[in-house]
Design a protein around this ligand. Structure first.
Ligand SMILES: O=C(O)CCC(=O)C(=O)O
Ligand SMILES: [Fe+2]
Length: 299
């Protein structure tokens, strides 16, 4: 049917029309139904070498960065939220990461999930070399109290950079868990992670390099134990709603880095945020940018 600019769905029309144009309607249906979806490399619109280039730049960044530069690495593995190496604040390291954010399929899924006032929350790589234990079951709504809002406060759009399957330590999803609107309890770990949950509740995300794994901030996920030696990596792009304090601070990213990508990247990194004012108070035009969010979750 024709999608009109219905006032009651403020923000949705443009996003949905774009999703239709990009062939992402089935992915939206999967997200709604199961809480996650995989967009195949051919549907992302990225060039065939894109994931290879991102992996190369990521591994270069990993070689250059002292692993003690990351706070989490100062803790024992058992204490850390995820096993293996994580690299944060990737945006400034190479333009390939900005390209990853600006990809039309990425932005369409993000604005579908977070409303058109969506913001960038962070770019974090999960890199595992050699065998690796599982990352425990969790959802990405850090700090959000139960009950979680059904529409989600954050979402995860991840560039899969290597072959993802159970044996290579892929993400394990609990289909439908986005509707539980709560965090998993300590008891709710699958048996393969040492908990009491039936392993059949969890399903592996099978994805080729260059795919996008997309899931809501309410969707329960973990990782399968990695039994292979080769490197396994994905770059998770986290987006949030306009009122959420983004995980990463982009104040240090120079305007010259952002300018070539146009006003949308500037908005995504908070240059037009209504928050963050001093005595001068908020700018009315920035407050106007989130008006549609009053009308619907897509605004
Ligand atoms: O790869 C991992 O260990 C965890 C990944 C994860 O939880 C995420 O991308 O949100
Ligand atoms: Fe996660």
């Amino acid at each position: 049917m024709e999608i009109l600019d219905w006032k009651s769905m403020a923000g949705m029309a443009g996003t949905y029309r774009k999703a239709r144009e990009l062939g992402l309607e089935a992915n939206i249906a999967e997200l709604e139904t199961f809480g996650f979806t995989v967009i195949e490399p051919e549907k992302t619109g990225a060039s065939p070498g894109f994931a290879g280039r991102m992996l190369e730049k990521l591994m270069e960044a990993a070689r250059q960065e002292d692993d003690q530069a990351v706070e989490l690495n100062k803790h024992a593995d058992a204490e850390k939220p995820a096993f293996g190496r994580q690299l944060f604040h990737l945006m400034e390291r190479d333009p390939v990461f900005i390209e990853g954010v600006m990809n039309p399929a990425v932005r369409t899924m993000a604005s579908y999930l977070m409303g058109m006032s969506y913001r960038l929350s962070g770019l974090v790589a999960f890199v595992k070399e050699g065998t690796a234990r599982s990352t425990p079951m969790h959802c990405d709504s850090v700090g959000v109290p139960t009950p979680l809002p059904h529409y989600g406060s954050v979402c995860n759009v991840s560039w899969i950079l290597t072959d993802y399957a159970a044996e290579t330590g892929t993400l394990g999803m609990v289909p439908g868990s986005h509707r539980y609107c709560r965090h998993p309890t300590e008891m709710e770990q699958p048996k393969f992670i040492g908990g009491a949950m039936d392993d059949a509740m969890v399903t592996p995300v099978n994805a080729r390099p260059g795919s996008l794994a997309v899931f809501t901030g309410n969707t329960w996920h973990c990782t399968y134990p990695k039994v292979t030696e080769e490197v396994r990596a994905h770059v998770a792009i986290a987006f949030c709603r306009n009122y959420v304090n983004p995980a990463e601070n982009y104040a240090d990213i120079a305007d010259e880095v952002i300018a070539p990508y146009g006003p949308e990247l500037a908005r995504l990194v908070g240059k037009n945020a209504w928050q963050g004012y001093h005595a001068e108070g908020p700018k009315l035009e920035n407050m106007a940018l989130v008006r549609a969010a009053y009308q619907s979750q897509y605004g």
